[in-house]
Structure formats: C-alpha cells, structure tokens
Design a protein around this ligand. Structure first.
Ligand code: ZN
Length: 223
C-alpha cells in the first residue's frame, strides 16, 4: 500500500478504525486509510457544477449515487478551499441595492464599477438594510449615489443612520442587481420561487452564495 501523503511504499498495517484498515508510513510517519477514495475529484466537481446550476442536494445525491450528506460535505469542503479576497475600492461608485427572499431573507448590493455583487447581508427589513450599507461602506468608502427600489426599509434605515450619500428610490436604476438576483433564482435551487426547497441553516446559505458569486473560480479549480 502506497502512502497517501508522500507516495512512499514503506508502509505497514496500523490497526483498524471502525472496521477499516489503517496504514502507517515509515517514510513520513503519517497514517492513512487503506481504501481508495470512493468518489473521484471529477465526481465531486460535477456535484458542485450541478449545485450551482439549479440541481438540489437530494437530486445530486440521486444522480451521483451518493448520500445527500456526502454532497453537503463536498459543498462545505469546496467552500473551505475558496479564498475570498476583500475587494476594497477607493474609486467613486454607484451602488444598487435589492432584496431577494427565501426562507431566510437576504439583501444584495451591486457595485457598478466592479460589475458584480460586491457583498450581501442576510436578515430582515431594517436591520439587513443597515447592515448592507455598513458592509458596502467598508469596501467602497466613496459612494456617489445609492439606488434601491421603493422598499421602505432602505429609506427608514438610511434616515436612522443619517447617511451622507444621496439615496434614490427608482426601479429604473436597479437593473443590474435585479438581473443578478434573478440569476440566483435561476441557478440556485434553494432560491427558486414556489419551491419546497429551503435553507435550514444560515451558514449553508452563506456558503452557497459565496460559491455562487465566485463560481468562475470555483468551477475552474478542480477539487
Ligand atoms: Zn508517507
């Protein structure tokens, strides 16, 4: 049995854990399980591709012949390897805010300069509106103007916080964030309208969105 870590052949049996043979490497001193991994990196990658293209966890498990908890584990594993760099920009920018509702409510903000969703906040109404403003302010100090729809929570939150930036409520200026939110609906099963699929844990919602917003990186890097 070759060492899983250093590929050395100088290994020996090292007892069993939960019925599975373990090996000890005399070269690097580490131990490893004897059996080859059940699922290839390619299969795991396929699961992520499906997950970010509107296939729910249970269906992925069905198609790939594994358990839903295994799929969940891969999603979390993929996310743990994702390095999200803080994107601070001092350039003047116009911000669009919009909200998308799921079992857990969520708000997104869209930076026109960066042409992407720069961050999101989870929560309801006023609190989330305040949080999203603070988040955007921290990475984009130089906000020229903020556009939202007529959802009153923004107006209330901004009045309460006494923000210096002009805030305009108009549907005509939130196309970019709305199209981003509609792409979330199209590609993430848990955000589909009229669905029974919903998010049981907030941390999984965050993981899912971060994978989605960084999907080019996620899908271009094999497991
Ligand atoms: Zn080794």
């Amino acid at each position: 049995m070759k060492c899983r870590h250093c590929k050395s052949s100088r290994t020996r049996k090292n007892g069993k854990v939960k019925g599975k043979q373990r090996f000890l490497c005399k070269e690097c001193g580490r131990t490893f399980a004897g059996k080859a991994p059940k699922f290839s990196a390619k299969t795991k990658q396929k699961a992520i591709l499906m997950y970010l293209n509107n296939v729910g966890i249970r269906k992925i498990a069905l198609f790939l012949d594994c358990s839903p908890s295994t799929v969940l584990y891969w999603i979390r594993q993929k996310h743990s390897k994702l390095k999200i760099l803080p994107e601070t920009s001092v350039n003047e920018d116009i911000i669009e805010l919009d909200e998308i509702y799921t079992y857990c409510a969520k708000k997104n903000r869209y930076s026109r300069n960066r042409q992407r969703v720069a961050a999101f906040a989870l929560g309801e109404g006023l609190a989330a509106a305040g949080e999203i403003y603070s988040k955007i302010k921290s990475v984009t100090p130089n906000i020229q103007r903020i556009f939202t729809d007529a959802n009153s929570c923004y107006n209330e939150a901004f009045k309460k916080m006494v923000i210096p930036e002009p805030h305009t409520m108009t549907k005509a200026q939130t196309h970019l964030i709305e199209s981003s939110n509609s792409s979330i609906r199209d590609n993430l099963a848990r955000f589909n309208r009229k669905t029974k699929r919903y998010t049981k844990s907030l941390d999984l919602l965050v993981i899912t969105l971060e994978l989605f917003f960084n999907r080019s990186t996620v899908l271009n890097n094999i497991f």
